[in-house]
Design a protein around this ligand. Structure first.
Ligand code: NAD
Ligand code: ZN
Length: 342
């Protein structure tokens, strides 16, 4: 099969012919249709300091996908060839305290698809049956391909109550864009998006943002005043990984507010702990998706009218993976999809 492989330590990826993965008795083999490119894939491609420590080549990269089941292991009863599925990219240990209690998203021994084991940028991918999500009827192919980051957006946006609340989204990358639509769908009054990139601010407006502002040009206190907000933001979704963005969010929170932090900074961030204490804020880290509560909510919200398709801006064949990665890296893009059918 064709696969996009990190063949050796250093920058770049190679499209290669590799053996189709073998399946164990608890595994599901999926013929991949479409994949989404994530920031993680860009880090692995460019071989940044994180990738140099985390990745052991050779490795097939990629973890956002949709495909069709072609084979299941002898122990697998609930999935069948022909079913349209995506994969939960966090393969958990199944034995730790949290896994045993059914809180698998809290597993401390997670192995990432396309990070710690061969991934989905290939014609076929294999996963344990516990990591397979069978899509509900009528799902759009491209939306199904990005259930993994959509799940990050939903997990973060629903970490605190947003119904009737004012929400700040810091960072309008693909996940911030989807979270904007989710917060609106879930009943937020105002969703203010802070994003330096003009292309992404424009997309944020399409996703339902009340207003999208450039943090270099607008102070969020002024934006609050213009909207007639008097208490501050009730909920902030930190989706940039940027230190100034997190500080600004804390500075603009209402008393008792919640800050859900998904963005991954590249260095330590110093924070005004006095503001956190005296505003009685809750800061909550978000990693991955809840298995499978988040997946259930994603499916239900799509059926009740949530539309995340405007966040998908570019489509390529897997053969044009270099152009696809360049589009994802440019910043002037939302989600970038690669099609794996010949
Ligand atoms: P992305 O890098 O495409 O988007 C980040 C956005 O933040 C960019 O558009 C950037 O212009 C913007 N930004 C930069 N400085 C800013 C500032 N001062 N204020 C506001 N916005 C600013 O990333 P993404 O794919 O949308 O992911 C969002 C974040 O979540 C990233 O940090 C990513 O590493 C992280 N992530 C976390 C998890 C998890 O499980 N915790 C999973 C996936 C991604
Ligand atoms: Zn575990």
């Amino acid at each position: 099969m064709q696969a996009l492989v990190k063949t050796k330590a250093g920058p770049g990826l190679e499209l290669r012919e590799v053996p189709r993965p073998a399946i164990g008795i608890n595994d599901v083999l999926v013929r991949v249709r479409k994949t989404g490119i994530c920031g993680t894939d860009l880090h692995i491609e460019s071989w940044d300091p994180w990738a140099a420590t985390a990745i052991k080549p050779p490795l097939i990269v990629g973890h956002e996908f949709v495909g069709e089941i072609v084979e299941v292991g002898s122990n697998v009863a609930d999935f069948h060839p022909g079913e349209i599925v995506s994969g939960e990219g966090h393969v958990t240990c199944g034995r730790c305290r949290h896994c045993l209690a059914g809180r698998r998203h809290l597993c401390a021994n997670t192995i990432g698809l396309g990070v710690g084991r061969d991934g989905a940028f290939a014609e076929y991918v294999v996963l344990p049956m516990t990591n397979i999500w069978h899509h509900w009827p009528g799902i759009d192919d491209e939306v199904a391909a990005i259930f993994d980051p959509f799940g990050n957006a939903v997990h973060t946006a629903l970490a605190f109550n947003v119904l009737g609340e004012d929400v700040l989204v810091s960072g309008a990358g693909p996940i911030g864009l989807m979270a904007t639509a989710v917060a609106k769908h879930a009943g937020a009054r105002y969703v203010v998006v802070s994003e330096p990139n003009a292309y992404r601010r424009n997309l944020a407006t399409k996703m339902g943002a009340t207003v999208a502002v450039d943090p270099g040009e607008r102070d969020l206190h002024d934006v609050q005043r213009e909207l007639g907000m008097v208490e501050g933001f009730d909920v902030a979704l930190e989706m940039s990984g940027n230190a100034a963005a997190l500080r600004s969010a804390i500075d603009n929170m209402a008393h008792g507010g919640g800050v859900a932090i998904l963005g991954i900074p590249t260095a330590e961030i110093s924070l005004d702990v006095n503001a956190i204490v005296f505003k009685m804020l809750t800061l909550r880290g978000i990693y991955g998706r809840e298995m499978y509560e988040t997946w259930y909510k994603m499916s239900v919200m799509l059926q009740s009218g949530l539309d995340i398709r405007p966040a998908i801006t570019h489509r390529f064949s897997y053969r044009d993976h270099e152009a696809a990665f360049a589009a994802a890296r440019s910043g002037d893009s939302g989600k970038v999809i690669m099609d794996w059918r010949a």
